[in-house]
Design a protein around this ligand. Structure first.
Ligand SMILES: [Zn+2]
Length: 360
């Protein structure tokens, strides 16, 4: 049995408030524990989004009642809430900015709206940006101009990892994360699904995710530049199968229960070391986000267990995984969180409400 520190996932979507038929703080944190995560940071694009004191309380109250592992909640940057979110910084995981989205309360239509957030959000916490390709380059320029830490969420492209490498060499305060699905899946060829007379072939809804699955060349570049990648984060973004198989499939994959076995299998295959895995799933997230210690906390992984990933054995409410049937090695047997066994042999052992807010 391999003993590892409790894993930290910087990037999860728990859908509460607003869409608890997909996931909530109870099922989401159960999935986290089953996946070996003892701490998760939840994104703010819920319904309503978390972007002021009232909505932050709404999310934190739900988490307080229902979370089974430790947690933090991001606040979201909107067009006119820079002072409000900066004042909430000590209660929030960090600030999330959606630079490539143009809808809802978290829209940031132009760079004028980015400026006050970069000026005002306290520099002891990073600003996390969803920014792809050229908008990522703009975010890095903002990090340099305002001389403050910026963390780039879910990079997926060769050009992105190479630009971050160059920015780090210049001393710009930029860090980044990669999701397991961008390390193990490439864009599928258009399937025949939905292909009728005069209809365009389309990509199966189950493969819809943002950033999109990239090419083999992009995926190879991520593996070749692992030293540039600070963190692995799941971007756990559950939607039901009915939604994924609909005519308008929402983007996103569940990921909490597949991340460790996929990455551990890469360790077994010699593509990654266990030390590099611990750095990216515990040490670096903790340092970059100034996260607290979790005393008497560890996980035990059976490194010899070989098995197939099955959605039917998962705790996430969404009921599916893009990795169904994948053969993996390494199974989480036990999770001890703050002195208490929280998960053992497929069973959650702690009640809703056991989880603690990581920002007091
Ligand atoms: Zn996300």
């Amino acid at each position: 049995m391999l003993k590892l520190p409790g894993l930290i996932d910087l990037h999860v979507h728990f859908r509460e408030p607003g869409a608890t038929h997909k996931e909530d703080w109870d099922t989401g944190t159960s999935a986290a524990l089953a996946g070996g995560f003892t701490m998760v940071l939840a994104m703010p694009n819920t319904q309503p989004p978390i972007f002021d004191a009232e909505t932050l309380d709404l999310a934190l109250n739900a988490a307080k009642r229902k979370a089974r592992c430790d947690y933090g909640q991001y606040v979201g940057a909107g067009p006119d809430n820079a002072d409000v979110v900066a004042a909430l910084a000590d209660k929030a995981a960090a600030l999330k900015m959606y630079l490539d989205m143009t809808f809802g309360e978290l829209r940031l239509d132009d760079m004028i709206l980015w400026m006050p957030h970069f000026q005002k959000y306290p520099k002891e916490y990073p600003i996390v940006v969803h920014s792809e390709s050229r908008s990522m380059a703009a975010a890095i320029l903002f990090a340099a101009i305002y001389d403050r830490p910026v963390h780039i969420a879910h990079i997926s492209l060769r050009e992105e990892v190479l630009l971050i490498k160059a920015a780090k060499e210049k001393g710009i305060k930029v860090t980044c994360e990669v999701c397991p699905h961008h390390l193990f899946l490439t864009q599928p060829s258009p399937s025949g699904r939905g292909q009728g007379e005069g209809e365009k072939p389309r990509i199966d809804g189950r493969f819809e995710v943002r950033p999109r699955l990239a090419t083999q060349k992009d995926m190879d570049a991520l593996w070749e530049n692992l030293d540039v990648i600070d963190c692995f984060a799941t971007d756990h973004a559950p939607h039901t199968l009915e939604e994924k198989d609909s005519d308008n499939p929402p983007p996103g994959f569940p990921g909490l229960e597949t991340a460790l076995p996929l990455l551990f299998t890469a360790v077994e295959g010699g593509r990654l070391t266990i030390e590099a895995l611990i750095q990216r799933m515990h040490t670096n997230p903790k340092r970059i986000f100034s996260l607290p210690d979790q005393p008497e906390t560890w996980i035990e992984v059976d490194e010899n267990a070989s098995y197939e990933i099955k959605a039917s054995e998962q705790f996430t409410r969404c009921g599916w995984t893009p990795f169904e049937g994948w053969k993996v090695k390494g199974k989480v047997r036990k999770v001890v969180l703050r002195g208490k066994t929280a998960f053992e042999d497929g069973k959650i052992m702690v009640q809703p409400g056991y989880g603690e807010n990581i920002r007091k």
